[in-house]
Structures are given as structure tokens and as C-alpha cells.
Write a protein that binds this ligand. Structure first.
Ligand code: SF4
Length: 396
């Protein structure tokens, strides 16, 4: 099997890893193996030999062409949802560290990829597999001088020293929890241990960030950390997922949680389990952003009796309907955290309001619109100079 074919096989199913995507929307662009300049328009894979490159958004907002790949799709574990699980009959492929680094640098020279996310199936244990990922990253950084974006996956069972070394080479590290707690993980991946293999490395990352000077990290800073959950894969509730997400954001500086709506994979123990509505994934993202950026607490989330968010309404709107319909917020007096709770107003909009009202009172919706606020969305929940905002009739 030539390099291009191997890369096609290894990158072909990485849309299961939504890391670096801006929204819950699926990626991507598919780059023919002849190495033509990529068309970043979403499309469908055409041939097995294609190399898959994803349009990704970095934490600083920059868009890059990200090669997400495994070093090997051979795996000795048997996670119930995973296409790469041990014993599943499909064509597997492997790169040695130097081989992969060379291929990747060739892709960067041809402007096909600008950054990489490297992960792996587990072969020979988590420690050995992590060593291969670290070797690969070291070759990319030192032998080939790659200075672009690099995301390294931390393997279940990796050691603390390996986590530290990965953090010295990467812009981002991730440890996928897959499920929100021990009990749920047992339904998805019975041979992974939630606390020892997954949760503890997340704590190590934070411990290293807090105790070691940042100049020891890549480019003088420590990498950001993300995790991923298989949403709906273990019949967990949104409350369970968001409880864990919220804890991680507060206690180990988790930058972002990714939710991948469960989709059954043929020839796995969960092949007959129904797929989860992608809208659930979207609602989880919205809720996690409210927790991270908008000052919401878990208790503010409009969970139904079963612990799930309502699918038809976005959680911020549902909260406002319950809490602000009868008590609209005076735009000219509210604090920033109150403004951010109003539908249509985000952190930037709230800042813009604070600046504008220090100059003059905001008296109508057009003043909000000029600040870039989705005024019609905010209108039912705000007062402008003591008056309920007059909503303009819809033209269509
Ligand atoms: S360890 Fe990773 S690659 Fe292996 S079966 Fe589990 S999820 Fe899949």
C-alpha cells in the first residue's frame, strides 16, 4: 500500500473527531491524492485514495487546513462505538513516525495541509502508543522544523512524563472522555478506566500548567486542552454531560468540550442502536458556550425532567422565556452579566452596549442594531429607557 493510500485510509474517518471545528456542523473538504490545491468547499469523498483535510478553526479564530489522522488504525481495544475496534474486519494502515512526518511535510510544502491533529489506535499499550505520537511530533518539530499548528492526542494509559513532553510540542492536547462518568463509560468502552486512564491525565495537564513555567511549552505557552464525548452513546443525559463539562471548565481549565452525536457503525456491538439527532449535539454546544462564555451556571439550564435540554429551542432562549418574559432587563442600567443573558446579545454585544450607553441613552431597537445586536431577538426581553422595545413588524 503506498503512502497516499495509507493516508486516505487513516484520515477517512476522522470526522468522528470534531476537534477544532467551529460548530457542530460536519467538516470538510476532500483533497485528491494527486495533491492538487484543495478546494475548501464541503463535499463528499470520491475515492478511497483521497486524503481528507478538514477546514478547521483555531482557538485564535484563524482558519487552516488541518490534517486529522491516526498513525495507525490497528487497535487492541474494543470500544463499542468505534470503527477501529479490535477484531472489526476492515483494511487497516500504519505509519512509522518518520514516515508520517515526511508525508505531512510534503503536504505542507504543497499547501494541502497547514496543521495536523495526530491520534492513534492503541497498539502495544497506551505508553508505547503515546511514545510513537511523541516521536512523530518531535521529528516534525525538530528534524523538519515544522512550526505550525499541532494537536496531539493523549492516549488512555499514558504516563505523566509523556503528557508533559506532548505539552512541550503541541498547541493543543486532548483526552477524550467519551462518556461523562465511570458508569456511562462502561457502556461504551468497558476496557477503558474513566478515572485512571482519562480523567487523571486531564488533571496532570492542569497541574503542569500551574506548576511549570510557560516558557517550557511550545512557543512559550502551554497548550489548550479539549475533550470529546460521544453524545447519546451511553444513554446518558445532557445533565450528566454538562455537569462533567462544567466541572472540567472550572477545575482543569478545559478550553472546550466537543460532542459527537452517536452514529452506529456496522459490525460493532452498538450497530443496531439508533443514531442520535444531530440537533442534540448542537444544543449541547450552545449550552457549553453559555457555561463557558456567558456566565450561566448549570442550574440555569432548562433541563426537562429526564435531564435533557429541549431540542426545539436554544437553551438561552428557553431560559429567557422562563425568566425574562415577565421581568425584562433595562438595557441602560443592566450589568454586563445581565446583558449577556439576553437572547441576541453576546459578550461583544454587551461590551458595545456598555460603551455606547456611557455616551448616551439607548432608546430604541435601531440603536441596538447599530451595535451589531440581533435586536429583534432581544426585543421581548428588554426595556429601552423604561419602555418595552417596540418591535418592528416583519416585512415578510
Ligand atoms: S481505543 Fe480508540 S481507536 Fe481503539 S477502539 Fe477505543 S476509541 Fe477506537
Amino acid at each position: 500500500m503506498d503512502e497516499s493510500e495509507r493516508l486516505g485510509l487513516l484520515t477517512g474517518q476522522m470526522d468522528l473527531e470534531p476537534a477544532e471545528e467551529h460548530t457542530s456542523a460536519r467538516p470538510a473538504c476532500y483533497v485528491p491524492s494527486q495533491h492538487s490545491v484543495p478546494d475548501m468547499t464541503p463535499g463528499q469523498p470520491t475515492r478511497e485514495k483521497d486524503v481528507f483535510v478538514h477546514a478547521a478553526q483555531l482557538p485564535n479564530g484563524k482558519q487552516i487546513k488541518l490534517l486529522k489522522t491516526l498513525l495507525t488504525s490497528a487497535c487492541e481495544r474494543d470500544c463499542f462505538y468505534c470503527p477501529f475496534r479490535a477484531g472489526r474486519d476492515f483494511r487497516r494502515a500504519t505509519f512509522k513516525p518518520d514516515e508520517f512526518a515526511q508525508v505531512f511535510m510534503e503536504l505542507t510544502r504543497k499547501n494541502i495541509a497547514e496543521g495536523a491533529f495526530i491520534s492513534s489506535g492503541i497498539a502495544g499499550g497506551g505508553v508505547r502508543t503515546q511514545d510513537k505520537l511523541i516521536d512523530t511530533a518531535e521529528i516534525m518539530r525538530t528534524k523538519y522544523g515544522f512550526r505550525g499548528y499541532l494537536h496531539i492526542k493523549i492516549m488512555p494509559g499514558a504516563q505523566k512524563e509523556q503528557v508533559y513532553r506532548a505539552m512541550q510540542l503541541a498547541d493543543r492536547v486532548s483526552i477524550n472522555l467519551e462518556a461523562p462518568n465511570t458508569e456511562r463509560l462502561a457502556k461504551l468502552a468497558p476496557h477503558k478506566t474513566f478515572i485512571e486512564e482519562l480523567f487523571r491525565p486531564l488533571q496532570w495537564v492542569e497541574e503542569i500548567r500551574r506548576t511549570q513555567p510557560s516558557y517550557k511549552g511550545w512557543n512559550g505557552r502551554w497548550p489548550s486542552t479539549v475533550t470529546q464525548f460521544v453524545a447519546g452513546g451511553s444513554d446518558e443525559s445532557d445533565l450528566e454531560l454538562l455537569t462533567t463539562t462544567s466541572w472540567l471548565m472550572k477545575n482543569v481549565s478545559l478550553n472546550r468540550a466537543y460532542y459527537s452525536a452517536f452514529r452506529p457503525v456496522p459490525d460493532t456491538p452498538l450497530e443496531n442502536k439508533p443514531a442520535v439527532d444531530p440537533l442534540r449535539e448542537h444544543r449541547l454546544y450552545q449550552a457549553s458556550f453559555l457555561l463557558r462564555d456567558y456566565g450561566f451556571d448549570l442550574e440555569d439550564m432548562p433541563f426537562a425532567q429526564d435531564g435533557n435540554l429541549p431540542l426545539p429551542t436554544d437553551p438561552k432562549l428557553a431560559w429567557a422565556q422562563m425568566n425574562l418574559s415577565e421581568r425584562p432587563v433595562e438595557i441602560n442600567r443592566a450589568e454586563k452579566r445581565e446583558l449577556m443573558r439576553i437572547p441576541g446579545i453576546g459578550p461583544k454585544g454587551a461590551e458595545a452596549i456598555l460603551r455606547a450607553r456611557s455616551l448616551s441613552q439607548l432608546r430604541d431597537l435601531s440603536a441596538l442594531k447599530k451595535l451589531g445586536i440581533v435586536a429583534e431577538r432581544a426585543a421581548p426581553y428588554v426595556l429601552l429607557d423604561g419602555k418595552q422595545a417596540a418591535r418592528q413588524p416583519a416585512l415578510f
